[in-house]
Design a protein around this ligand. Structure first.
Ligand code: UD1
Length: 420
């Protein structure tokens, strides 16, 4: 099994170009099922989850080609017959697989999609997805670990208020409603920039979706779609991760290929912590930041602080002089990096969904275990600032969502390599 070896204490400088967003690419790929016309996606991150979604689409019958060099994906589903089944083997490794449910149902009136099951960071149910699709007229049954959904006469527009905010459920229902008959009004939607990227993609393809307010969307169902060429937005979480790396051990580290207006909350919190930054519209310079101050923050749906940056932020909190606090409001079991960070010398105490971090602490290299995607990258960050060497096991988690992580860090003078 592959491992990462990080030799700590090397100052990062140079430039890191941020890749396209994994979380924007996955629902866009799921939405491709809706159309028979050519789809050309640019700036696609070639990471494991994206490849798995492509394999799932291929399994179902899609004609899909990945160009890893050019970072683009071409899809042409003209005259293609689809198997409207998403098997467990795909959905278990990548929960976002459940988003094909909305497109299969809208296009073919029938779908069988595996329930994603639990994962390391929590139970991750799909009740809100199913609630939304039922409101559009789908009949849904759960049997043998699968969701069986049917809408014999097609889906019909409806007024839907989500009982709580879910990124995936909002995406699933938007995709389904774009091909439903009539108008759909959605309330209490998630409003992550990746969802806006999805609605931009669908609108370019011929859908009629408008954001009426921060959490309200109107969708006028349409019958067919056009050819579309679409550039995926930058990866906010990858950007946030490298900004934190710069704050930890950078000296004029440039993070480019971003839109800083989507990072306002993160920038505000980092400034409060004493991170020195020069901010432009499409890049940030992180300057040497020796005086990190403690903060008290919580994770929330966008525009709040993202749960996907919580683990990385905890590493920065170990450098702050004083006691920081972070509350995890999105997933119930997302502090699995804490015991590993404590083994490296951090002083973090977790009580329920709250972690208290006492700093500043000097971290020491150790052999550690990655447990999920973002926890893994927090261990890489810890390795970058630790004395001696850190070995990170189970790096396949990292490969699900970070494109060329080691290469990007090495170009900025980090000492990091993969052991096979
Ligand atoms: C997406 C992101 C993930 C991010 C998360 C929260 C993708 C591919 N993944 O995941 O990286 O961490 O948003 O920003 O975009 N829930 C229910 N019932 C449901 C759906 C969700 O109870 O039907 C709960 C979840 O268990 C969780 C919370 O709602 O506690 C938020 O989940 P959700 O926003 O749906 O996250 P994902 O779409 O799975």
């Amino acid at each position: 099994m592959q491992k990462l070896k990080v030799k700590g204490k090397n100052i990062l400088s140079g430039e890191i170009k941020i890749s396209g967003s994994k979380n924007a690419t996955l629902p866009i790929l799921a939405a491709s099922i809706l159309s028979e016309k050519k789809i050309d996606l640019k700036r696609v991150p070639i990471v494991k989850d994206v490849v798995t979604m492509c394999h799932l689409l291929k399994y179902m019958g899609s004609n899909i080609k990945i160009n890893s060099q050019k970072k683009n994906i071409l899809i042409n589903n003209k005259n293609k017959k689809f198997k409207n089944i998403a098997p467990y083997s795909f959905v278990k490794t990548m929960r976002a697989g459940v988003i094909v449910l909305g497109s299969l149902l809208a296009r073919f009136g029938k779908a069988k999609v595996s329930l994603p099951g639990g994962c390391a960071i929590g139970t991750r149910p799909v009740d809100i997805h199913l609630y939304g699709l039922k409101r559009l007229g789908a009949k849904i049954k759960i049997k043998n670990g699968y969701i069986f959904a049917e809408a014999k006469k097609g889906l019909t527009g409806a007024q839907i208020k989500f009982p709580s905010i879910s990124v995936g459920a909002t995406e699933n229902v938007i995709i389904a409603a774009s091909l439903a008959s009539g108008i759909t009004y959605l309330k209490n939607c998630a409003c992550e920039p990746e969802i806006k990227n999805l609605t931009d993609f669908l609108n370019k393809m011929g859908a009629n979706i408008s954001w009426l307010g921060k959490r309200e969307i109107k969708i006028m169902g349409c019958k067919k779609f056009n050819h579309v060429s679409h550039q995926v937005m930058f990866d906010r979480i990858e950007a946030g991760t490298f900004i934190i790396a710069g704050a930890l051990i950078g000296k004029k580290l440039k993070i480019s290929g971003i839109q800083t207006r989507f990072l306002n909350t993160e920038i505000k919190i980092l400034r409060k912590m004493g991170v020195r930054m020069q901010i432009s519209k499409d890049h940030i310079y992180i300057l040497h930041s020796p005086k990190i101050k403690p903060v008290k923050i919580k994770t929330e749906p966008y525009p709040g602080f993202p749960t996907d940056l919580q683990a990385q932020m905890i590493v920065l909190m170990t450098k702050a002089k004083g006691k920081s606090q972070i509350k995890e409001n999105i997933f119930e079991n997302r502090f699995m990096h804490v015991p590993e960070l404590n083994r490296m010398g951090a002083k973090i105490n977790t009580l329920g969904n709250l972690s208290y971090v006492e700093g500043p602490q000097n971290l020491n290299g150790a052999e550690v275990m990655a447990t999920d995607l973002r926890a893994s990258v927090s261990l890489v960050l810890a390795g970058l600032i630790a004395n001696n060497q850190t070995i990170i096991n189970r790096v396949y988690h990292l490969d699900r969502g970070y494109e060329d992580l080691e290469k990007k860090l090495r170009q900025c003078k980090a000492k990091i390599s993969r052991i096979f």
